[in-house]
Design a protein around this ligand. Sequence first.
Ligand code: S5P
Length: 271
Amino acid sequence: MVGSPWVMEAAAIWGERWSSATNSMAKEYMEVACRKQSLVCLAADKPTMSELEELIDAVGPYIAALKTHVDLVEDWTAERWGAFCKRASAHNLLIFEDRKFADIGKISRHQMGGVYAIGSWSNLVTAHLISGPDIVDGLQAGWGDYGTEGGVLLLAQMSSRGNLLNPNYTDEVVRLGIQHTGVFGFIGNGSRPEELKLLRDKVGTEKMIWTPGVNLQTGDGAMGQRYGDPTEAVLAGSDCVIVGSGIHGADDPASSAKAYADASWAGLLNR
Ligand code: S5P
């Protein structure tokens, strides 16, 4: 990858985020984002394997990462999931299991195993820091148990209304997270650009901020979800917009994914 035209383009377009990134997976993501001109992570929240397979085939060219909730799939089998992950890799997508781990370090480590064996196929996972910073070491050990590597996205903010992640909590998550090499970045609130700007100021340039709560139709969503505009989220400091129903709930997921890709890319070019 070193010296390829895409790397040079990624360095120019991402600027300081590229030059100060310490994490190789972050560079992998930024390069794929440039190749596809998309800062979209698909939240593939579909309950059956066939719907997941159909979705990834339709939108793969327009997205730069894939987010899963493995435990909501009704007909999950290890074989079919393995094939699904291969499909994602064929589209050069990092696979991000949004498990929102929160237990003590040693239990989180074991939860990377179990039936789903998350540590064997995920590149990224989410975690709350409510139990303290050892959870990051636990998750890193969980990947190590499979001889794989990965990065943790810590929830610094949430998109849902009334959430309990107050500014003091956010500050502590950022303070502890930016020091840890096992932390890939932070989840920020994509529905509130002003909150996101503050988060970016605190995080600095080294770590990623990925943001759910993004939809081209801004406003309130189902069950307390809130939505902001993808271009505004990127302008405010988001490196990746996480989009679920805006894509998988659309009549034509492929053209919708393309619209989110265009909106997010415009944000990066203007940033
Ligand atoms: O604060 C958060 C954090 C996450 S990771 N708010 C969220 O909505 N998410 C996830 O983003 C959520 O689990 C879901 O998979 C996705 C948003 O989906 P959408 O359909 O609302 O776009």
